[in-house]
Design a protein around this ligand. Structure first.
Ligand SMILES: NC(=O)C1=CN([C@@H]2O[C@H](COP(=O)(O)OP(=O)(O)OC[C@H]3O[C@@H](n4cnc5c(N)ncnc54)[C@H](OP(=O)(O)O)[C@@H]3O)[C@@H](O)[C@H]2O)C=CC1
Ligand SMILES: Nc1nc(=O)c2c([nH]1)NC[C@@H]1CN(c3ccc(C(=O)N[C@@H](CCC(=O)O)C(=O)O)cc3)C=[N+]21
Length: 296
C-alpha cells in the first residue's frame, strides 16, 4: 500500500485564485511589506519566493532588508512608519531575528490589523477565544489543504508533534475549532510513538529529519509533514527532507510531500492573509465610526 499524496501546489492554486479575486474587488491592490534582518540564506530564499508569488497574483510587495547589526530601536521605528502608512496592508517580520532584538517587542509593535503572520497577542488571543481574525500562515494553510482534499477534521483524533508559536500551538487552536480531539506533543512527551499511533490525523512539526517512523503511525492515518530540514545527501548535495521517514508512505493513508506539501500552502496563505488585512482596513476606512475598534 502506498499513501495518497496530498500535493500542496493544486490546493495553493485554489487558495490563491480566491485571494486574487477578492483583491480585484478592492479599490487598490493589497501591499505586503516583508522585513528581514541579516542575511540568512534560507530566510532570503523564502522571502524571494513570497515576493514572486505576490506578483503572480497581482499583489504588491516590498522587501526591507536591514543589516545583521540593526538595533531593536531601528526595527521598531521602521514598523511604526509601516503601521502609519495607509498604503501598507500587511507587515511580515521574517523570523528568527538576531540576538540583540527581542522578538516579543517586535511582534507586539505590529498593528494587529496588519499582522499577516497572526503573531500579535491580540490575534493569538482571538484565535484561542474561538474568533480567528488573522491566523498564522502555516496552520491556516494546513487547514485549507485538509479541506481541499476532503480530509475529515470534525471528530477526528488529531496529534501534533511540536508546540511552537509558529506552528504547533496555533494549529492546535484551529483543529480544536474544527472539532477535532487534539493532543500536542513535544520533546518532553513520554513514549511519543504510543501517542502518535492514536492519531487519525498526525502532524509532524518538530524540525527533526525522519523523526516519525512507520511504527509510530496508525495504518491509514493522514500524515501532514511540516518539517523543512536541509540535509546532505549521499550524492554530497543538500536536500530538503521533512520530519516524516519516507517508509511512512507504506503505512499512512495519505501524506504530504516535502518539498511541495505544506510549504506552498504557507506562502499562499500569507497572500490570502494580506488580502484579508486589506479588506479589514478598507472596511474600517469606509465606516470610520468603528475605527479604533478591531474589526473582524
Ligand atoms: N512548511 C512550512 O511552511 C514551514 C515549515 N517549518 C518547519 O517546521 C519545523 C518546525 O518548525 P518550528 O515549529 O518553527 O520549530 P521549533 O524548533 O520552534 O519547535 C519545534 C517543536 O518540536 C518539538 N520537538 C523537537 N524535537 C522533538 C522530538 N524529538 N520529539 C518530540 N518533539 C520534538 C519541540 O519541543 P520543545 O517545545 O519541548 O522544545 C518544539 O515544540 C521545522 O523543520 C521548520 O523548518 C516551519 C514553518 C513553516
Ligand atoms: N515571520 C515568519 N513567518 C513565517 O511564516 C516564517 C518565518 N518567519 N520564518 C521561517 C519559516 C519557514 N517558512 C517557510 C515558508 C515557505 C516554505 C516553502 O515554500 N517551502 C518549499 C520549498 C522551498 C525551497 O526549495 O527552499 C516547499 O516546501 O515546497 C518553507 C518554509 C515560513 N516561515
Amino acid at each position: 500500500m502506498s499513501a495518497r499524496v496530498l500535493a500542496g501546489p493544486p490546493a495553493a492554486a485554489a487558495l490563491l485564485a480566491d485571494a486574487a479575486a477578492r483583491a480585484g474587488r478592492l479599490p487598490t491592490s493589497p501591499h505586503l511589506v516583508i522585513v528581514c534582518v541579516g542575511d540568512d540564506p534560507a530566510s532570503r530564499s523564502y522571502v524571494r519566493g513570497k515576493s514572486r508569488k505576490a506578483g503572480e497574483v497581482g499583489l504588491r510587495s516590498t522587501v526591507h532588508a536591514l543589516p545583521e547589526s540593526a538595533t531593536q530601536a531601528e526595527l521598531l521605528a521602521l514598523i511604526d512608519t509601516l503601521n502609519r502608512d495607509d498604503d501598507v496592508s500587511g507587515i511580515l517580520v521574517q523570523l528568527p531575528l538576531p540576538a540583540q532584538i527581542a522578538e516579543a517587542a517586535v511582534l507586539h509593535a505590529i498593528d494587529p490589523r496588519k499582522d499577516v503572520d497572526g503573531f500579535h497577542p491580540l490575534n493569538v488571543g482571538e484565535l484561542w477565544a474561538g474568533r480567528p481574525a488573522l491566523t498564522p500562515c502555516t496552520p491556516a494553510g494546513i487547514m485549507y489543504l485538509l479541506e481541499h482534499y476532503g480530509v475529515a477534521v470534525a471528530g477526528a483524533r488529531a496529534v501534533i508533534v511540536g508546540r511552537s508559536h509558529l506552528v504547533g500551538r496555533p494549529l492546535a487552536a484551529l483543529l480544536l475549532l474544527g472539532d477535532a480531539t487534539v493532543t500536542v506533543c513535544h520533546s518532553r512527551t513520554r513514549d511519543l510513538g504510543r501517542v502518535t499511533r492514536e492519531a487519525e490525523l498526525l502532524v509532524a512539526a518538530a524540525g527533526s529529519p525522519g523523526l516519525v517512523t512507520p511504527e509510530m503511525v496508525r495504518p491509514g492515518a493522514t500524515v501532514i509533514d511540516v518539517g523543512i530540514n536541509r540535509v546532505l545527501g549521499a550524492d554530497g548535495k543538500g536536500h530538503l527532507v521533512g520530519d516524516v521517514h519516507p517508509d511512512v508512505a507504506g503505512v499512512a493513508g495519505a501524506l504530504t510531500p516535502v518539498p511541495g506539501g505544506v510549504g506552498p500552502m504557507t506562502v499562499a496563505q500569507l497572500l490570502a492573509n494580506t488580502v484579508r488585512a486589506a479588506e479589514l482596513q478598507h472596511a474600517t476606512r469606509a465606516h470610520p465610526e468603528v475605527a479604533g475598534e478591531f474589526v473582524r
